[in-house]
Ligand binder design. Structure first.
Ligand code: KG4
Ligand code: ZN
Length: 395
């Protein structure tokens, strides 16, 4: 008798299902995941080509494109999953940080959806979602160190729990991806036959493979500041000056390609990689000195669009090998913005019963939202000197 009751119960316990929705920047993404991390259906509309054509992200254009695509993208993810809205356990949507106009479209859509289908709502922090995506694929326990490098953010944090982070350092000006995009634009890489559809970072990586990074010397930023913050504006300036000088020498006008684009791409990429590596190295040493990382299998997770860059990954591997950390990067399609990472963050929250809302009247989006507790001044006070490492990459 007992046996059959538990069998009936096991049969009726259905896996929890979350629909995730992402519109914080220039990708409209949606996905349906089950609680084990299996992707049942997903859809993604990238606005990359439009923004490439326009020379950067123009928020009202991003907003219009999200508006035009969100219904189709969500419907596609649901159709592909074979799940009806009434079968969902909850809906998770990015509400911070990001572009106001873009966040607003995802949130409006989601609130109408959850009210119509009477589902709980889980508001998601975009950077927390990037940081935890890796747990969908690998059983990484807290705490672990995380480096997020994207077009909008560059930061180092210690992940202590699904909603508990210590911020060790962040960019003081532009993000790494933004500076790669701007350098690519200044080099007119869109006019290069192999780069017309690539993002700035992808174009620099591709061309850098055939370039000589030693043909140009750019100074690694913040060499005398012993913290884990980042700065890319000065480097961008150095690269622009070098480009201007070469344009003059070669009699090349803006929009035309310099003969040395590959060398400039290789040198810029190397300097960015080495800046990121040095700050990350210091963050590892800081965490070790404070006993913040576990003895067993301490891990560095790298995510965000720039984490797709193989040269940067290899540079970071030199750092983790030297310090005894395990390096994990989600596959490229999960490093850039997508609905899957938002749904997964919803699952993580659902499992721990954190941030699940049945009343949504108060929910608002927040364009600016820090990640966790800011301990950057503690890192600065520690002023850890990083031993030199040979960052020699075979590209
Ligand atoms: O995470 P993401 O899709 O969007 C933001 O939240 O910003 O990252 C986009 C950024 C862009 O700046 C793009 O140039 C950069 O990631 N990126 C790369 C690569 N692929 C994308 N940067 C360097 N190397 C790549 N392979
Ligand atoms: Zn992102």
């Amino acid at each position: 008798m007992k046996h059959s009751t538990s069998n009936v119960r096991a049969f009726t316990v259905r896996p929890r299902l979350v629909l995730g929705i992402e519109t914080s920047c220039d990708e409209t993404g949606a996905a349906v995941l089950d609680e084990t991390g299996i992707i049942l259906g997903e859809s993604l509309h990238s606005q990359k080509q439009t923004h490439l054509d326009m020379g950067g992200i123009i928020p009202p254009v991003a907003q219009r494109l999200h508006k035009e695509n969100i219904y189709r993208v969500v419907q596609e993810a649901l159709d592909r999953s074979g799940i009806e809205p009434n079968e969902l356990t909850a809906v998770a949507t990015t509400v911070k940080p990001g572009l106001s106009l873009s966040l607003g479209i995802g949130l409006d859509f989601s609130l109408k959806f959850v009210r119509l289908h009477e589902k709980p709502f889980i508001p998601i922090h975009h950077m927390e979602a990037h940081a935890l995506t890796v747990r969908m694929l690998h059983p990484v326990d807290f705490p672990f160190l995380v480096l997020l490098v994207s077009g909008g953010h560059t930061l180092l944090a210690l992940a202590k729990g699904i909603d508990e982070f210590l911020l060790l350092g962040q960019t003081l000006d532009v993000a790494a991806g933004d500076s790669l995009d701007k350098i690519a634009r200044r080099l007119s890489l869109r006019n290069h036959p192999e780069c017309s559809t690539l993002s700035g970072g992808q174009a620099i990586e591709l061309l850098g493979k055939e370039g000589d990074r030693r043909a140009f010397h750019f100074k690694t930023p913040m060499g005398q500041i012993y913290d884990c913050n980042f700065s890319f504006a000065g480097l961008q300036n150095q690269v622009t000056m070098a480009i201007k000088k070469k344009e003059k020498e070669e009699g090349v006008e803006t929009g035309q390609l310099l003969s040395c684009v590959k060398d400039i791409a290789a040198a810029s990429q190397h300097t960015i990689a080495s800046h990121i590596a040095k700050r990350t190295h210091r963050a590892i040493l800081f965490c070790k000195s404070k006993g913040l990382l576990p003895q067993h299998n301490p891990t560095l997770v790298v995510s965000g669009g720039v984490a797709c860059n193989e040269y940067i990954r290899q540079t970071l591997k030199i750092v983790t090998d030297a310090t005894g950390l395990h390096l994990l990067c989600p596959p490229s399609k999960l490093c850039t913005d997508n609905g899957v990472m938002i749904a997964w963050n919803g699952i993580e929250r659902l499992k721990q019963g954190k941030g699940i809302m049945s009343h949504t009247e108060e929910v608002k989006y927040e364009p600016k939202a820090p990640l966790g507790l800011d301990i950057t001044s503690e890192v600065n006070d520690a002023a850890i000197k990083v031993p030199p490492l040979k960052l020699r990459i075979n590209s």
